[in-house]
Ligand binder design. Structure first.
Ligand SMILES: [Zn+2]
Length: 439
């Protein structure tokens, strides 16, 4: 079988600490990468994420990222019409240097493709607590979800388009990828004992986002009776507070009953209406971005980094959004759970993505070489990805990877009989088999 790419993600401070040439040497040798991307707009997160300390960073044990900073040089004119501007680093070690350009230059010298990621949050919390307080999502009581912007806000739309257009027009990149958090999913985790966690996730959406004035306006433009919908959802949301005794009684009765999520949606069209409104908002947001960025650079690959276990709770209808994506990256990192049983979740997740985006869309499957992954689980993940119709592999993430698990990527590709060839057909299955048979 042929896969077109093995892709590695890198951070600005990885390049600072380890040197881009060393990193690419290791990744080419051990994992066969022929593509890289910089997490160019990175949210507030301790690195490495899944372990206490870095396994191979020679300069530091941990790195505390700044909140939602850009590690390229944003062009002011790209944001001339945007009230929101990207914030660059205040870290003296990182500021004033174009880390995206550094990765592009080093990757191109090796004939690699290269991209940029706009990660989970695009605006820092300091500003969304202050001057940009109006752009974040609101819960049903009007309380803000800080750092989680609302895609129905016109200023967020303008900013989103500006980010993509800035990157695509000023940098020699092949793809722009995002894992922007969609709508706040509310109380996704089971809250009280219930016969159905799925039902609890569904009722929990009423505590999510977004109920801001821009969402109201978008709903009303679509002919939805916003007041009636919110009032119905409010009954469920109020039930999470036991001092709202009638609502709490009914909600608990629902959870302890054999009523299914399907039954609840059928009896409560307002709940389905709310889910649909959120889906349409995110789809149209990406549609706008897709049109704008392709106008600037028709060859650009607009890529979704799909991380949500339950995208329907975040307003992501993958089938609809997929129309406005050139490729989709599954962000499933089951290997790092250390649990072999979890690998079947990976298989099911990959099937969900493929089912939604169709068999022709370029589909990358992620592998995690981070603790508690083992070489065996990494190899298993590669095999499952191949069995699930992936077109390429993507590694998440180098910074926290132990060497044995990095080496397992190259070995796993060999053992699965997967050849990395950029010119391979998009679908590496039958066509590739015939190609091999002929040669
Ligand atoms: Zn909103």
């Amino acid at each position: 079988m042929f896969w077109r790419e093995v892709v590695a993600s890198l951070y600005a401070w990885d390049l600072l600490d380890e040197g881009v040439e060393h990193i690419l040497d290791v990744l080419e040798r051990d994992t066969r990468i022929n593509s890289t991307y910089l997490v160019a707009l990175m949210h507030d997160e301790k690195r490495p994420l899944t372990d206490f300390y870095y396994p191979h960073n020679p300069k530091r044990k941990v790195y505390w990222t700044e909140d939602s900073r850009a590690y390229w040089m944003p062009s002011p004119e790209a944001y001339a019409h945007s009230r929101i501007k990207p914030l660059t680093s205040d870290n003296p070690e990182l500021q004033g240097h174009d880390w995206l350009q550094e990765l592009i230059d080093a990757s191109r010298r090796r004939g690699m493709t290269v991209g940029a990621e706009l990660s989970h949050t695009w605006v820092d919390k300091a500003r969304t607590r202050g001057e940009l307080a109006d752009i974040v999502q609101r819960d049903i009581y009007g309380r803000p979800f800080e750092g989680q912007v609302c895609v129905n806000h016109p200023d967020v739309r303008v900013y989103g388009v500006a980010l993509y257009v800035d990157l695509a027009s000023h940098y020699d990149i092949d793809f722009v990828q995002t894992c922007l958090r969609g709508f706040h999913p509310g109380r996704g985790q089971p809250w009280a004992s219930s016969t159905s966690p799925e039902l609890q996730r569904l009722t929990g959406v009423t505590l999510g986002g977004c109920f801001c004035e821009h969402c109201r306006a978008a709903a009303e433009r679509q002919g939805v009776d916003w007041g009636a919908m919110v009032s119905r959802l409010r009954w469920i949301a109020d039930g999470y507070d036991r001092y709202n005794h009638r609502q709490a009684f009914e909600l608990n009765l629902l959870w302890q009953s054999s009523t299914t999520s399907t039954a609840l949606l059928a009896e409560m069209p307002e709940l389905y209406q709310f889910l649909s409104l959120r889906n349409r908002a995110i789809t149209s947001f990406f549609q706008e971005i897709y049109g704008a960025v392709h106008k600037i650079k028709p060859t650009i690959d607009v890529r979704l980094n799909h991380f949500a276990a339950y995208p329907e709770l975040m307003g992501i209808d993958l089938r609809a959004v997929g129309q406005f994506m050139d490729s989709v990256r599954s962000s499933d990192y089951a290997e790092q759970s250390g649990d072999p049983a979890r690998m079947e979740w990976k298989r099911a997740y990959l099937h969900s993505v493929r089912r939604a985006i169709g068999i022709d869309k370029y589909f990358l499957s992620a592998i995690s070489p981070r603790p508690k992954a083992t070489p065996e689980l990494v190899k298993r993940g590669i095999l499952i990805s191949a069995q699930c119709g992936a077109d390429a592999l993507t590694i998440g993430h180098y910074d926290g990877a132990w060497p044995d698990c990095l080496r397992a990527i190259g070995e796993g590709l060999d053992e699965a009989g997967i050849v990395i060839d950029r010119n391979a057909p998009v679908w590496g299955g039958r066509a590739a088999f015939e190609q091999v048979s002929r040669s």
